[in-house]
Design a protein around this ligand. Structure first.
Ligand code: NDP
Ligand code: OXD
Length: 315
């Protein structure tokens, strides 16, 4: 029987244990650390923000599964075992992220925060209303999550552009690729959605210089940024400076340079900022245990592991 170690910090591991017990009785799952099993007997590690050094202790590991789509929390491990690293690609997670992106794009497009202010003051301010087709949404990262969000925004009627490393063909989406096309992409972006992974190449990419290159003549006047990728993609001091200088009209942030966001961050109380607690797309054990079980059973019978991370690119 394959032995799995759940190495989880900042989430409750119990729902994962409960779910595996129910759907995968053929797998032996341990909540790490567990005195009933030796580290060298562990076959597969299932990790979310593993403490430093734990993965290195599993000397006979066959693979590591990230319990999320992102893998930066694992690749930062200095002594990462040289085994395949698998990430989550699953319709449930993808749908959750697309819900989040559509929710926040629509919130800015329909100026809901201003309406909330009117309601608090018990008085309506007359404001123009634009069609979605007047709004240009630019998505940074057209991978599993970015592509699906782009398609759903096209369906809602928005003009959608996307930026990624390599060029894409997605119906209704203009594709920009590579550093050489980044400025062209930014110039035609009214609402910027970031769904990039955090890698050495993308670290701090959401900075003041980039915000200044966004379109400043869209329906909202000043551009809006939505980041649900990773906190270390953004320079929070620059977001605040750009909001205060009127270079950004608003921001929605799900992820932060330090998580949880420190209580003294000015982002908490900024009137133009909407915050969520890194819950744009939660990893739900009910949805994801089956994905991991299928992968392990296939691998144990000689098949391939899917959705492997490229250690060179970092995603
Ligand atoms: P993918 O690996 O499928 O897609 C990544 C995309 O980013 C690809 O289109 C890739 O380009 C592009 N990209 C990577 N590096 C660069 C670069 N230097 N320049 C331009 N484009 C680049 O990832 P997912 O879509 O599955 O997930 C994206 C990220 O979302 C995750 O890494 C994670 O950080 C975050 N996430 C956040 C969650 C939350 O709750 N807030 C939940 C789940 C994920 P190309 O296609 O050409 O390779
Ligand atoms: C993920 C996340 O990477 O939840 O899936 O952030």
């Amino acid at each position: 029987m394959s032995k799995l170690a759940l190495v989880i910090t900042r989430w409750d591991p119990q729902p994962w244990i409960d779910r595996f017990t129910k759907v995968a009785p053929e797998l032996d799952v341990y909540k790490w650390p567990d005195d009933n099993v030796a580290p060298e007997d562990i076959d597969y590690a299932l990790a979310w923000q593993p403490p430093e050094g734990v993965l290195a202790g599993f000397t006979n590991l066959k693979a590591i599964f990230s319990l999320g789509a992102g893998v930066d929390h694992i690749l930062q491990e200095p002594q990462l075992p040289d085994v395949p690293l698998v990430r989550v690609v699953d319709p449930d997670l993808t749908m959750r992220m697309s819900e989040y992106v559509c929710l926040h794009v629509l919130m800015h497009h329909r100026q809901q925060r201003l309406l909330d202010g009117d309601q608090a003051r018990t008085d309506w301010t007359e404001r123009p209303q634009w069609s979605a087709s007047a709004m240009r949404v630019g998505i940074m990262g057209l991978g599993e999550l970015g592509r699906d969000a782009a398609e759903k925004l096209v369906h809602l009627g928005f003009q959608v552009n996307g930026w990624s490393n390599s060029s894409k063909q997605i119906t209704g989406v203009a594709s920009y690729a590579g550093d050489e096309q980044l400025d062209d992409f930014l110039h035609v972006t009214d609402i910027l959605v970031c769904l990039l992974p955090h890698t050495p190449d993308t670290h701090g990419i959401l900075n003041r210089e980039l915000f200044r290159k966004l379109s400043h003549d869209g329906p909202l006047g000043e551009p809006v940024v939505i980041n649900a990728g990773r906190g270390k993609l953004q320079v929070e001091a620059d977001i605040l400076a750009s909001l205060d200088a009127g270079e950004l009209g608003a921001a929605t942030l799900d992820v932060f340079e330090t998580e949880p966001l420190p209580a003294n961050s000015r982002l908490w109380r900024h009137p133009k900022v909407t915050l969520t607690p890194h819950n744009a797309a939660d990893s739900d054990p009910d949805a994801l245990c089956k994905y991991i079980q299928d992968q392990i059973l296939r691998h144990e019978s000689g098949g391939e592991l899917l959705n492997l991370v490229n250690r060179q690119t970092g995603y």
